[in-house]
Design a protein around this ligand. Structure first.
Ligand code: SAM
Length: 298
């Protein structure tokens, strides 16, 4: 295997470079001097929403032309952008806010450039996940950046079932209108005592941190009018893999009812516990449900 070596130094460069430029997540003064300079100097800016980015460009008096690059035209645009880069143009890619590629467009373009030996240069800058993490008060490392959880309830529950033994601090993005439901399912799946930090409107006027247990966060969300942008920082499972192993070992000696009870004691809701026990024993949920509730005919 040959290690790919591509640099963006002018002397060695024949093609242009792709610059990944982070933009503010709410506070315009978070735009770095290097980000402004890069957007001024490139030949073209590939933007998730050109109208949105135009406001940023106007603010910093940047005159560079734009081209749209978003999830609906990714494949079509990649070919065009790579052709321009190979012809020697320098291109900056930006998303609406924060770091490109982080729950935003960009990754496919980066892969295409790497395949073509085009230099990819990432600028450091604003990002909601890491900003939230360092002020959350929860362990900053190790962490797992997840981004947006699945929207469908079934997929969401399945995903959280897999994450319940995760020891790393977890970072989720969530839309305000889905927050209440997500907190409820997080609490059901991970246990209501798990700590969470709700990090709202970071870097903006009404920035707010709500820190406490999932139970407290859920109670808060029942009464609150939920507005603004949120990052959820969720404590990892302090027992982690050891708890999973212990649970499996114990389960092998326990009746179905005892296995369900053990999970309920660990903080799970009965339905969730029944579902998990069914899965672990390769049984239908109804079978465990009937056994647990001592319904005849099992
Ligand atoms: N690329 C961005 C980044 O680097 O953070 C993330 C883009 S993603 C489409 C948008 C989500 O990021 C929002 O739904 C919210 O969860 C989070 N987010 C972005 N800006 C935020 C802010 N100022 N405060 C809290 N969360 C924010």
């Amino acid at each position: 295997m040959t290690l790919q070596q591509v640099s963006s130094f002018k002397e060695t460069k024949v093609t242009g470079s792709l610059y990944l430029v982070p933009t503010p997540i709410g506070n315009l003064t978070d735009m770095t001097p290097r980000a402004i300079e890069t957007l001024q100097q490139v030949d073209l800016i590939a933007a998730e929403d050109t109208r949105n980015t135009q406001k940023l460009l106007n603010h910093f008096e940047i005159k560079t032309p734009q081209i749209s690059f978003h999830e609906h035209n990714t494949q079509e645009r990649i070919g065009q952008l790579v052709t321009k880069l190979k012809a020697g143009q320098n291109i900056a890619q930006v998303s609406d806010a924060g770091m490109p590629s982080i729950s935003d467009p960009g990754h496919e373009l980066v892969k295409a450039c790497i395949l073509e030996d085009i230099a990819v240069v990432a600028l450091p800058g604003p990002n909601a996940a890491l900003t939230a993490l360092i002020a959350s008060g929860l362990a900053p490392q190790p962490f797992l950046f997840y981004g947006f959880l699945p929207r469908k309830t079934k997929d969401l529950k399945e995903q959280l079932e897999q994450l319940q033994y995760q020891t790393a601090t977890m970072i989720f993005y969530e839309a305000p209108h889905r927050l209440k439901k997500t907190l409820r399912i997080l609490s059901d799946s991970l246990g209501e005592n798990r700590q969470i930090a709700l990090c709202r409107e970071l870097t903006k006027r009404y920035e707010q941190y709500l820190r406490g247990s999932l139970k407290e966060a859920l109670e808060w969300s029942e009464d609150a009018e939920i507005r603004g942008e949120f990052v959820l920082i969720v404590q990892g499972n302090s027992q982690g893999f050891a708890q999973l192993q212990a649970h499996k070992k114990e389960s092998s000696d326990l009746s179905l009812k005892q296995q369900v009870d053990a999970l309920i004691q660990a903080g799970q809701k009965p339905n969730q516990a029944i579902k998990q026990v069914a899965k672990e024993n390769g049984l239908k949920k109804q079978v465990v449900y009937n056994e647990y509730h001592q319904i005849e005919g099992v």
